[in-house]
Design a protein around this ligand. Structure first.
Ligand code: NOJ
Ligand code: CA
Length: 704
């Protein structure tokens, strides 16, 4: 025996295995499961030390090399080695379900499930369940009820993702103070340190992989830490109370997910995350409405108004009536009013104990405004900014939601403004603990709010929330959230969102689910006259590109009055779709979407680019056979660009059919939006005032 082997043999023997067994025993044959179309294959085995591990191949090529599975506990021996693979069973499932609202009406859930029981030498068991689709893989751990591990206190999860080909990654940092509100980095995967998910990678072969998670219920979400090379390891978001997750067995963890496709459009098109969530638990959800909204909001971010009381208070009765009138005149269902309630006058950031969710400021007549809105066919959208003080909010949650229910307010925007680790949670010991926005305490809180809201037929749009893991399928009143760097940074600067940001969002953040980005700032001006690096046509395209069933028209009404013709698109565009296609796209560079109105036969097309100008040729082959449609095109005009003339826009219409191709000319930082109206199809939402008469044919203008 050489010296090296002697040392290793001794070490293995200390670890509990017979000396020498590591070297001679080949790993047992893996158990395998392939996706229905034989595109992806998962293999599971234990290594010579009994460490469970899995790998993934796509068309026989290794995508994820052997990667570990397991856990470390606070008060029990870890689940890490000394396992054998016990029973492994597979089944094929094929189901199609209907979304109450979404990017497409019907979703097919077709895959192969493999359940693998891992038996530890000590007698403990752990099941790992894989679902293998043609466009990705999800797996989760199921902790059975066993006497030796009933109270499960997890301090670390050992799941790894060892990416097998050299890869480029798009990512935001994990564990930083500003949570998930960062600009994206594009680097070799070997330069990643700790990242948030979704993280998206393009492998040397061109295959795209996006790692995320699905169905995070009563659990911490994860960051990924690069261990070495291209090996990423999960790290659960921390908790200040000790273990990162505490649960009683039996329970299942969230799904660890990999969307895997041949290109960037393919990873967006995958419904893997929704499919891994439980079906709707709320029953009839016809009361959940997709809609567009305006609000007393952008003025605060510009510094023209304040949330707090005083001479610049935004949420006054008179100002709210003006917004209600504007919404009614232009076909918007919702009017968000921030700063309506007591608690904004002190330093509320990360404190929040002053917030009352039932008492309006004296200059805001809540019942009268709610009634006025309803009379005009409009709804107020409620606002609950908590300053991250979950304890204060949970104390008032019932009465706060009851009040809105009574007034007919059926959607509430919540907010958790506090740095990472700054959520204040009431512990079982009666004391306040500081917790993380994506930890187990936050996961419990958000579902409490969503289910309490559902009891009152209220929908929730959470800002500074936990990340989106597809729970909208189970709780369809969780309509949208922020969970990324939104439009507000274009008001504040430091820095503004550069042109590639929204393209990056499509292939990273948006893989989790809808985002309340708040597009439509046609004035293209932030606080203090700061320039927003975009174009008018791009602001319109964002309604098609960045999916959300609730979409804000974020600019001031007086600014929309300056741009009546582009504003027409914002009035027309729906927020609920029966079909979605990604026609082209490269992560961080450009993307084109076509989406079909769920309420009719019209299609809408949106394309955006980064700082590069581009000509994108797209086929209209998705249109119905034999129909002549009318395309109203909103495109970047002469000299347009994020650094050029941002307001140069051309609006023109032309007949189109499925045999046509369009060349979309996008200016640097620009975009294009097209309404493709079906013959005799649904007409646009009717404004209460007579609609503007569009000029026939081509029209070019440049408004300042
Ligand atoms: C941050 C949110 O993202 C923003 O939309 C809101 O206006 C402020 N918090 C205040 O609640
Ligand atoms: Ca925010």
């Amino acid at each position: 025996m050489t010296r090296r082997i002697a040392i290793l043999a001794a070490w293995v023997s200390i670890a509990g295995l017979p000396a020498g067994s590591w070297a001679q025993t080949p790993p047992p044959e893996p158990v395998r499961a392939a996706s229905p179309g034989k595109v992806l294959e998962v293999a599971v085995r234990v290594d010579p030390d009994g460490r469970p591990e899995y790998s993934i191949r796509r068309h026989q090529s290794l995508i994820v090399d052997w990667s570990r599975l397991g856990f470390i506990f606070a008060d029990a021996p870890k689940f890490e080695r000394n396992f054998t693979v016990g029973e492994a069973s597979t089944r094929v499932f094929d189901d199609t379900w209907e979304q109450p609202w979404g990017e497409r009406r019907y979703v097919r859930d077709h895959g192969t499930e493999m359940r693998v029981t891992l038996n530890e030498r000590s007698g403990r068991k752990l099941d790992v369940v894989f679902r293998v689709f043609d466009d990705g893989v999800g797996f989760r751990y199921e902790f059975p009820d066993q006497a030796s591990l009933r109270e499960v206190n997890i301090v670390d999860e050992l799941t790894e993702f060892a990416i097998a080909e050299p890869a480029t990654a798009w990512w935001i940092p994990g564990g930083e103070w500003n949570r998930d509100e960062y600009l994206y980095h594009q680097t070799p995967l070997t330069e990643v340190s700790m990242v948030h998910t979704p993280i998206t990678m393009k492998l040397a072969s061109g295959v795209h992989v996006a790692i995320h998670e699905a169905a995070v219920v009563d659990f911490a979400t994860v960051w990924l830490r690069r261990v070495d090379g291209q090996r990423l390891k999960t790290l659960l978001w921390p908790s200040s109370t000790g273990p990162r997750v505490s649960r009683k067995a039996p329970f299942a963890t969230p799904w660890r997910t990999l969307k895997i496709a041949k290109d960037a459009p393919g990873i967006y098109m995958s419904d893997l995350i929704l499919n891994l969530n439980e079906p709707n638990k709320l029953g009839d959800v016809s009361w959940v409405k997709p809609f567009k909204y305006v609000g007393i909001w952008w003025g605060m971010h510009l510094g023209q108004n304040t949330w707090n009381s005083g001479p610049k208070h935004g949420a006054t009765t008179a100002e709210t009536r003006r917004y209600i009138d504007f919404a009614a005149a232009n076909g918007f269902r919702g009017v968000l009013v921030e700063g309506w309630n007591k608690g904004w006058d002190g330093d509320w950031f990360a404190k929040g104990e002053e917030f009352s969710f039932t008492e309006p400021y004296a200059d805001f007549d809540l019942p009268a405004l709610a009634a006025y809105a309803r009379k005009k066919g409009v709804r107020l959208i409620g606002h609950h900014e908590t300053g991250g003080n979950l304890a204060n909010y949970e104390r008032q949650l019932g009465p706060a939601l009851d009040l809105y229910r009574k007034l007919g307010v059926d959607a509430v925007k919540t907010g958790y403004v506090a740095d990472a680790g700054g959520l204040q949670v009431l512990g079982s010991d009666g004391r306040i603990h500081f917790e993380w926005h994506d930890g187990q305490a936050a996961s419990r809180h958000h579902l409490l709010v969503v289910t309490e809201a559902a009891k009152r037929k209220i929908s929730i749009d959470a800002h500074e929330p936990i990340k989106d893991t597809g729970l909208r399928r189970t709780y369809p009143n969780w309509v949208s959230r922020e969970a990324a760097r939104g439009m507000e940074y274009n008001a504040w600067g430091n820095p503004v969102n550069p042109p590639d940001h929204e393209v990056n969002l499509v292939f990273t953040r948006m893989l989790g689910g809808p985002m309340d980005y708040t597009p439509g700032v046609l004035s293209l001006t932030g606080a203090g006259g700061r320039r927003i690096p975009s174009t008018i046509a791009r602001q319109l395209a964002l309604y098609v590109v960045l999916y959300s069933p609730i979409q804000m028209a974020a600019d001031l009404p007086e600014n929309y009055a300056k741009f009546p013709r582009p504003f027409r698109f914002i009035k027309d565009v729906p927020t609920d779709w029966s079909d979605t296609r990604v026609l082209n796209g490269e992560v961080g560079d450009y993307v084109t979407f076509a989406r079909k109105d769920r309420a009719g036969d019209d299609w809408y097309l949106g394309a955006i680019t980064d700082e590069q100008p581009r000509n994108l040729r797209v086929s209209l082959g998705f249109l119905d056979e034999g129909k002549q449609y009318t395309a109203t095109i909103y495109r970047d005009g002469p000299g347009a660009g994020f650094a050029g003339d941002p307001k140069s826009v051309v609006i023109e219409s032309r007949p189109v059919s499925r045999n046509d191709y369009l060349t979309l000319e996008l200016a640097p930082g620009g975009g294009q939006a097209i309404r493709i109206a079906a013959p005799g199809g649904k007409k646009a939402a009717k404004p209460r005032k007579p609609p503007e008469t569009p000029q026939p044919g081509k029209e070019e203008f440049d408004v300042e």
